[in-house]
Design a protein around this ligand. Structure first.
Ligand SMILES: Cc1cc2nc3c(=O)[nH]c(=O)nc-3n(C[C@H](O)[C@H](O)[C@H](O)COP(=O)(O)OP(=O)(O)OC[C@H]3O[C@@H](n4cnc5c(N)ncnc54)[C@H](O)[C@@H]3O)c2cc1C
Length: 378
């Protein structure tokens, strides 16, 4: 039995504490006033705790060997055993049956208490030092000595710096993107069933679904997922284009628009009415340099079709509110049980490791998987 400190009372620190407490004396430090607090905001308050779909393309790196040791089904069994009812939606996203993240926190905290984990809330770990084969941890109010330490602090790099550990700098992922173009006139608009293409160096990445417009930027799940690729290269300068009619070829669109000329619309505004809503129609005409009162000609039709199929945006940065960070301790610098290769008895779980996923429950799945692996093997 070892005396273990788990620093960070988020998803990965909690599950790690539960499993580690089977064979060890565990103290869980949390800078928040309540463990699991961050889970409250996940999945818009519903906590999308995992995803039952194939996870091959969901992460920045291949984590199959870890997921084999604690996969989505095992995660569901774990939650079921501690009393949580769940359901999955059409896109395989799993939520608590209550549709409330509070239920997830409740069952985890109940289990933590039954496991006799010593929970220290509102106690931020300020320093960590190696003392021979032990660790000295200092918090605002106390100092402690532990045999082993798990760092589960999300994307805070302070402790990594103190320990002189190498890591990939963090960059915001699953985040709204800023555009060079002024999208104020489209702000609040939601486009469904579109195809969004991110052009990145020599690669094109395509996401299908919904896009939301901000004052000067783009949001929505498609955009969040594309932002993951930008975060991983820590460069948010790119181009994005939206195909607003992904199921219609450009040729068919041109034919369809040409047919509309037969309707004898009096001007461009009337020509566009009935295709999209006013906001999009006006935006398209504006970027095509066509005035509302102008008559649409065969020549205009090509430009309109081009913009419907490829509504172009220059990405120049990202907004502040992000769901996850890309970066952290490299898997290569950790053993299979997520122990540091350079500092014995120091372990890592969750977001602090350089593993990040797209939207849909994949990031929490990594928190559960990494937390379970460390908890069981420490
Ligand atoms: C708005 C939002 C929505 C999200 N929705 C989803 C979703 O639906 N599905 C999904 O899979 N993922 C979602 N995520 C991502 C998910 O929340 C994270 O991937 C996950 O919480 C990471 O778990 P973690 O344990 O690594 O770190 P965290 O959950 O960040 O926990 C870290 C904990 O460490 C504590 N801490 C930090 N430093 C110290 C210190 N020095 N001393 C003591 N304690 C410390 C913090 O207070 C915190 O409690 C969402 C994220 C956000 C922000």
């Amino acid at each position: 039995m070892s005396n273990i400190a788990i620093i960070g009372g988020g998803a990965s620190g909690i599950i790690c504490s539960i499993f580690a407490s089977k064979n060890n004396d565990v103290t869980l430090f949390c800078s928040d006033d309540k463990v699991g607090k961050k889970l409250l905001v996940t999945g818009n308050g519903r906590c999308n705790l995992t995803n039952l779909a194939n996870f091959n393309k969901a992460y920045n790196t291949d984590i199959t060997k870890y997921l084999k040791r604690f996969n989505q089904t095992q995660t569901l069994t774990f939650f079921s055993n501690i009393g949580l009812l769940t359901y999955s939606d059409q896109e395989n996203r799993v939520y608590p049956f209550s549709n409330s993240a509070t239920s997830v926190i409740d069952v985890l905290v109940n289990k933590l208490k039954k496991c006799d984990v010593n929970i220290k809330q509102n106690e931020e770990v300020l320093t960590i030092q190696q003392l021979n084969d032990k660790f000295k941890i200092t918090t605002i109010s106390h100092s402690y000595i532990f045999d082993k330490v798990v760092i589960s602090v999300g994307s805070s790099n302070k402790l990594l710096e103190q320990l002189n550990l190498k890591y990939k700098p963090f960059s915001p992922s699953l985040v709204s993107l800023k555009t060079k173009e002024d999208t104020h006139s489209l702000s609040g608009l939601r486009l469904s069933n579109v195809e969004v293409c991110l052009s990145l160096k020599n690669k094109i990445i395509i996401e299908k679904g919904e896009v939301l417009f901000k004052d000067r930027g783009l949001s929505g799940i498609c955009i969040f997922n594309l932002s993951a690729y930008l975060a991983r290269q820590n460069n948010y300068n790119a181009t994005i284009y939206i195909d607003m009619m992904p199921n219609v070829s450009k040729e068919s669109l041109i034919n369809m628009l040409q047919e509309r000329l037969k309707c004898n619309f009096i001007n461009a505004k009337e020509f566009m009415q009935g295709i999209f809503n006013d906001k999009i129609n006006n935006y398209i005409l504006k970027i095509c340099n066509i005035k509302n009162e102008e008559k649409i000609t065969i020549k205009n039709i090509n430009i309109i079709a081009n913009n419907i199929k490829q509504l172009f945006f220059n990405i120049v940065g990202c907004y502040e509110n992000h769901q996850v960070n890309s970066g952290g301790i490299l898997l290569d610098d950790l053993t299979d049980n997520l122990q540091s290769k350079s500092i014995k008895n120091l372990y890592f779980t969750g977001e602090i490791i350089d593993v990040d996923g797209i939207c849909g429950g994949y990031n929490l799945q990594w928190a559960w998987t990494s937390g379970k692996i460390v908890g069981e093997n420490i």
